[in-house]
Design a protein around this ligand. Structure first.
Ligand code: NDP
Length: 419
């Protein structure tokens, strides 16, 4: 019996809410809150006839701590699921602390305005210390560790697929397959086709910032940073086939390097088609990916926000997208003195996701783990005071829940390795 407040009602939140409504015995009451309440009302009306979960909706601007606190105090949830944007992570964490509620999200904090001088000063210092220049990193949310610990509350960070399930795969490999892990390659392949020349599969602003940034990987105890899209490999993915993939910076590398200290190298690769890359390069060259406001006919506009308004809404890709995703981790290391390789991954079909919950597989592969993470917190399987990433909890019940609720794992002990 639990009450959950979900903040955000976009592509990922919609899947997570669909899934929570399939587990009404745990998610007995759920409030869907977002900036645009009409979207929450529409989703609640669609789900209500087929679920025992009691659904309500609310309007909230989660950039405003006070508004989130007022909503929490009025609704009194056991858990807040932040499935809005990474920009709201800190305000929602602040509100949870002030009101004494557990917290979770699917992506680590980054500021909406990367020109903000106060943020910029910390960022520039951090770049020098840490050795990578991505706008997002865990330091902002790890700074809340002591506060959550002292309040006896749990904050679960980054519980989507990557970050999220990929870290549970790492915890699983460490627990069941290896004595020591030497290398981890995280491979994120989207073999889906939506028929548009250019569209992003999740929030365009967040997606394009991530992809156009320098890549980086962890090796021998330090970060190695490389120009954007400068390391390319080709991999033959199960049920998808051969795809080009590029090395990106990704947030889970940061926590995995800390939590699996013996690991020598961690890399993250994502597949991209040529059309996506050509469009992105062109948009970047003309300044359309900029987050800094420009003056246009007497108004200030942020180019990437304007671009977002032009691009297809990721939620609208569902009916058009065909094909599969394949996301997982390849490990090398040692077990009982022997060298060993291991690959664990999930394959998800865009059209099957659409027929089940009305969304494509990118939202599905993020929303299902968000529900399963909430399930772990609400049923007490993952509860310890503090701020944690997924690999810091027991992977067994979480992977069992993923198997049950739509993202079953596949395994290989003779995988092709990435050079
Ligand atoms: P969408 O843009 O589709 O949805 C975002 C939602 O958040 C919208 O409902 C929006 O409301 C709401 N929102 C935005 N700002 C505020 C605010 N200030 N107050 C309240 N609500 C707000 O994003 P996605 O669903 O694609 O992505 C959701 C999250 O999932 C993101 O953080 C993304 O980075 C993360 N993600 C994680 C992945 C993983 O594997 N870990 C993979 C993919 C995404 P409105 O419509 O009114 O603006």
């Amino acid at each position: 019996m639990s009450k959950v407040l979900v903040i955000g009602c976009g592509g990922v939140a919609s899947v997570a809410i669909h899934k929570c409504c399939q587990v009404s015995e745990v998610f007995t009451e759920l409030c869907i809150a977002s900036r645009t309440k009409s979207k929450c009302d529409k989703l609640a009306a669609e789900l209500a006839p087929n679920t025992a979960t009691k659904l309500t909706t609310a309007r909230v601007d989660a950039d405003d701590v006070r508004q989130v606190m007022d909503l929490i105090n009025a609704y009194k949830p056991d858990l807040v699921m932040n499935i809005a944007l990474p920009y709201q992570d800190l305000t929602i964490m602040d509100a949870c602390l002030a009101c004494g509620v557990n917290y979770m999200d699917t992506a680590n904090y980054e500021p909406e305005d990367t020109d903000d001088p106060a943020w910029r000063a910390v960022y520039e210092r951090r770049c020098k210390e840490a050795g990578f220049s991505a706008y997002f990193d865990y330091s902002w949310q790890w700074a809340y560790r002591k506060k959550f610990e002292e309040a006896g509350l749990t904050a679960l960070l980054g519980c989507g697929f990557d970050p999220g399930v990929t870290q549970a795969y790492c915890a699983h490999a460490k627990k069941h397959e290896f004595d020591t892990i030497d290398t981890i390659d995280i491979l994120d392949c989207n073999g889906g086709d939506h028929g548009y020349a250019f569209a992003t599969n999740f929030n365009p602003e967040v997606n394009l910032r991530e992809v156009s940034a320098p890549g980086s990987y962890w090796e021998d105890g330090r970060w190695v940073e490389i120009p954007p899209m400068s390391v390319k490999r080709t991999y033959d993915f199960d049920q998808v086939g051969q795809k080009d993939m590029y090395l990106l910076h990704h947030e889970e590398i940061e926590s995995l390097a800390l939590n699996i200290p013996e690991v020598r190298r961690i890399r993250f690769f994502m597949t991209f088609g040529q059309s996506y890359l050509d469009h992105m390069r062109c948009l970047e060259n003309v300044g359309m990916l900029s987050t800094s406001p420009v003056d246009f006919e007497g108004r200030q506009i942020v180019p990437i926000k304007f671009l977002k308004a032009l691009l297809p809404d990721p939620a609208s890709l569902g009916p058009r997208t065909k094909g599969k995703t394949n996301i997982g981790c390849i490990f090398t290391g040692k077990k009982s003195g022997q060298d060993k390789a291991y690959y664990i991954y999930n394959v998800c079909d865009h059209q099957e996701c659409y027929s089940e919950v009305g969304s494509q597989a990118i939202s599905y592969t993020t929303g299902v783990p968000a529900m399963c993470g909430a399930l772990m917190l609400l049923t007490g399987k993952w509860s310890k005071p503090g701020v944690y990433t997924v690999e810091e909890f027991d992977p067994d019940p979480f992977l069992a829940a993923l198997d049950q609720y739509g993202l079953p794992k596949s395994e290989s002990r003779t995988p092709a390795l990435v050079d």
